[in-house]
Write a protein that binds this ligand. Structure first.
Ligand SMILES: Cc1cc2nc3c(=O)[nH]c(=O)nc-3n(C[C@H](O)[C@H](O)[C@H](O)COP(=O)(O)OP(=O)(O)OC[C@H]3O[C@@H](n4cnc5c(N)ncnc54)[C@H](O)[C@@H]3O)c2cc1C
Ligand code: SF4
Ligand code: SF4
Ligand code: SF4
Length: 379
């Protein structure tokens, strides 16, 4: 039954697996490391999996005229520097925790596997902060959210638009104590893509990676870097355009197929708020010209407005237009295009030496490739 969902659309949210009363859904990885569901012989054809699947039925976009937009920058510099954009997530989450609630978001475990986990204290919030550019596993979070909501506690659930849509479908009804916030999202690579990169770095530097930040601001918010801390004490800070993993991500070569036909963009996730980068805001407002990070936040519901009002005094804040936010973030309304060499890249990435894959697919121009070769010879 679940095989009816086309591979091109399945976002890998695992709502089907969580809803199945017979534990009859198994996930198998494709050659690109993305997992897809298959029904086993235990399936009784009850249809619950299709009912919760966020891509199985069409959703109408929200009327754009209802959406309010703000540019926000956290006033606390230590929060701002640890956050990818303007530090909105931390304040929303702290408010929920201070009011006895639970916050769900993406965090790495000690083996750098990314999944959705719960935080109930400010200390537990820290691993949820910062963007991680790969797909987070929601397998165990969905049931836990439902139980927490039923117990009457406040919940803030954060994730990509497809994950928020999946959560709503899985819950099947509205909960007054649930707040949802999604990130502006152009796509996500698989855990397997990331594992391969981790392996490559650990072999190259003969040390395990202790932590990774995809959005280090030491060169500013706009020219953000990837920062790796290794167990041997070495710290690597690399420009995103030089970082192999980020190059593949930004060229859309490592994204899941569903990201090329996203069924949750264009104001269809059902979240209360959306947060992302307010790129080029400094061209319109000098208030945000310090290059320390600015968030673009969309408010979709009364609940979202209420939550923002509760924390607004923590920010430098200006109301802005939706048109301005979309102008530099087209992915809010349209999916990115699948690159022509997507399949060839996937094959190379998982079979060839990563330096070779980098040379073949990621070092854009001829000059860039030439520079890289010369650098290697001179080293
Ligand atoms: C895969 C991905 C793609 C993105 N693409 C864009 C884009 O194209 N344009 C844009 O403007 N912004 C994009 N963002 C959003 C942006 O990078 C920031 O996450 C967002 O602005 C929040 O920043 P902050 O400073 O408020 O808080 P931060 O502390 O930086 O944000 C942390 C929040 O992000 C969530 N999060 C982190 N990684 C993941 C993940 N892998 N899956 C689900 N949730 C996650 C955490 O749960 C937490 O809620 C993307 C984020 C992700 C995760
Ligand atoms: S049809 Fe029912 S039993 Fe079969 S996989 Fe779906 S939810 Fe599970
Ligand atoms: S989109 Fe989610 S619910 Fe639908 S088939 Fe894929 S993993 Fe299952
Ligand atoms: S682009 Fe769409 S399908 Fe892909 S991760 Fe983002 S929200 Fe999900």
């Amino acid at each position: 039954m679940i095989e009816k969902v086309s591979k091109a659309l399945c976002c890998g949210c695992r709502a089907c697996e969580s809803a199945c009363p017979k534990s009859a859904i198994r996930f198998e990885k494709d050659a690109n490391g993305f997992s897809y569901p298959h029904a086993t012989d235990a399936c009784i054809s009850c249809g619950k999996c299709l009912k919760v699947c966020p891509v199985n039925t069409q959703t109408e976009p929200q009327d754009k005229s209802e959406i309010k937009v703000y540019a926000l920058q956290n006033k606390a510099s230590e929060i701002l520097s640890e956050s990818s954009s303007g530090g909105v997530f931390f304040e929303l989450a702290s408010y929920i925790i201070q009011n006895g609630g639970v916050v769900f978001g993406a965090a790495f475990d000690e083996n750098l596997k990314l999944s959705h986990v719960a935080a109930e204290t400010t200390e537990e919030l820290k691993p949820l902060m910062g963007s991680k550019y790969l797909q987070s596993d929601m397998r165990s979070a969905l049931k836990q959210v439902k139980e927490t909501l039923v117990s009457g506690r406040l919940v803030l659930y954060s994730g990509t638009p497809c994950q928020i849509k999946a959560l709503h479908r899985y819950l099947g009804k509205a909960y007054e104590n649930l707040y949802t916030v999604d990130v502006i999202c152009h796509g996500a690579p698989s855990q397997a893509h990331f594992d391969r990169y981790v392996q490559y770095i650990e072999k190259k530097y003969h040390s395990r990676i202790k932590s990774i930040s995809f959005r280090n601001k030491s060169n500013g918010w706009k020219n953000f870097c990837v920062k790796l801390c290794l167990e041997n004490g070495k710290v690597i800070i690399e420009d995103i355009h030089k970082n192999l993993y980020m190059r593949a991500f930004l060229k859309n070569l490592s994204l899941r197929e569903s990201c090329f036909q996203c069924s949750a963009n264009n104001y269809r996730s059902g979240s209360d708020l959306t947060m992302g980068d307010f790129w080029n805001i400094e061209r319109t407002s000098a208030t945000f010209s310090d290059d320390r990070g600015c968030s673009g936040v969309m408010i979709h519901s009364e609940k979202g407005q209420k939550l923002l009002e509760a924390v607004k005094n923590r920010f430098v804040c200006e109301e802005q237009s939706l048109e301005l936010l979309v102008k530099y973030n087209h992915v809010l309304e349209t999916s990115v295009k699948k690159p022509a060499n997507y399949d060839a890249f996937a094959k190379a990435y998982f079979t060839l030496d990563l330096n070779k894959t980098d040379d073949m697919y990621l070092c854009g121009s001829f000059t860039e490739r030439l520079k890289k070769r010369l650098w290697k010879i001179l080293k």
